[in-house]
Design a protein around this ligand. Structure first.
Ligand SMILES: [Zn+2]
Length: 370
């Protein structure tokens, strides 16, 4: 049960919203290429994913929305497509959108099935992690919420599942899908909704009904660095996750909290971010690991490669293989240049983080006997 599995196909490149769109599918191919150059993929099973089924989609989305995606994708008119979130700059309709969405979702479903089978301890799909999709609306570059759909699969085998989201944006779609469900603890650490899309993910969002206490949000202010981020994380998410003691974890690995990411203003390094991956891995639970945001083509491949090395126990030299570094100008996996943060900005970030930690502890710790 120690083996790992990695789902990949070049067909992931078809989830492409156009040359002007910040979500570049090439980041997936570059990651695969970097892992190949290291010979890292030989340490796991690599498999092409299947499309997910309509039944899978309907665990999380409405039939009207699913049908709208299918019709829009082949150019059929759909009245008021805007109500399904399409036609905006964030979510343009693109040819083959239906198939491409079924494929990245299918890869997360396959990952959940692999873990459910008991044959694999960790299953990874870097094309997944599209955490903003809502029940009946596409949002934030996401069509189907593969995270929520995969969690529904994990729940067939595992009683308690934790969703852990280290993307710089709030994992709103997943939180919403399990907001009243005590069997799924959702944890999201992100840049505050006061300054960043989707404008939610405040500490007061703790779940509702039977799900009260099973939604954890750790909002942080711009210019938060590794030290502040990891302190907030280890004072809230880590103890609550340990107390919840999930039977399985779905980990969303957005890389956009990196200081060079163009879409947000959290200032982590690759190695700081990797510490969070280590903390979750150290819990020793069966895991489905998905990708997520990340908009700087020189940071995403190396951060996912670092995570791969950690999760599958593959030693990787910090200097990237010469053939790769020459072509793509990514000389090392970790950051050797640190983010430059003005002392005043850092103080504000620190104060905001302290407030967040205090509020989370006050609202949620008693729920876990902490
Ligand atoms: Zn993001």
């Amino acid at each position: 049960m120690s083996q790992g599995i990695f789902f990949y196909t070049d067909e992931f490149q078809h989830y492409d919203m156009g040359p002007q769109h910040p979500l570049k599918p090439i980041r997936l191919k570059r990651t695969y290429e970097l892992l190949s150059c290291y010979g890292a993929l030989e340490k796991v099973e690599v498999k092409e994913p299947e499309f997910c089924t309509a039944e899978d989609i309907l665990t999380t989305h409405t039939r009207e929305f699913m049908d709208a995606v299918s019709h829009l994708s082949c150019g059929d008119p759909v009245p008021y497509a805007m109500r399904y979130g399409f036609g905006t700059g964030d979510n343009p309709v693109f040819p083959g959108m239906w198939e491409a969405s079924l494929l990245y979702t299918g890869a997360s479903v396959d990952a959940a099935k692999a873990v459910n089978s008991g044959q694999y301890r960790i299953a990874m799909n870097i094309s997944g992690g599209l955490h903003h999709a809502h029940r009946a609306r596409a949002a934030g570059f996401c069509v189907f919420n593969d995270c929520a759909i995969a969690i529904h699969h994990l729940r067939r085998r595992f009683e308690k599942v934790a969703y852990v989201d280290i993307d710089v944006h709030h994992g709103d779609g997943v939180q919403e899908a399990f907001y009243d469900d005590p069997s799924v603890l959702t944890v999201s650490i992100h840049e505050t909704g006061r300054t960043l899309f989707p404008g939610t993910g405040f500490v007061q969002e703790i779940g509702e009904g039977k799900g009260t206490g099973y939604s954890l949000n750790i909002p942080l202010w711009p210019h938060t660095d590794d030290e502040i981020w990891l302190h907030a994380w280890r004072k809230t998410a880590v103890p609550i996750l340990k107390a919840f003691n999930p039977d399985a974890i779905l980990l969303q690995l957005g890389t956009d909290a990196h200081y060079l990411d163009p879409l947000a203003r959290i200032c982590m390094t690759a190695q700081g971010w990797l510490e969070a991956v280590r903390d979750i891995h150290a819990m020793g639970k069966p895991m489905v690991v998905v990708g997520g945001g990340g908009y700087n083509p020189t940071t995403v491949p190396r951060m996912w490669t670092l995570a791969f090395g950690e999760l599958f126990g593959v030693e990787l030299a910090d200097e990237t293989p010469e053939s790769f570094s020459f072509r793509h100008r990514i000389p090392t996996l970790t950051d050797h240049d640190m983010p430059q943060i003005e002392p005043h900005d850092r103080e504000i970030a620190q104060a905001y983080a302290s407030q967040t930690v205090g509020e989370v502890q006050r609202l949620l710790f008693h729920h876990y006997g902490l």
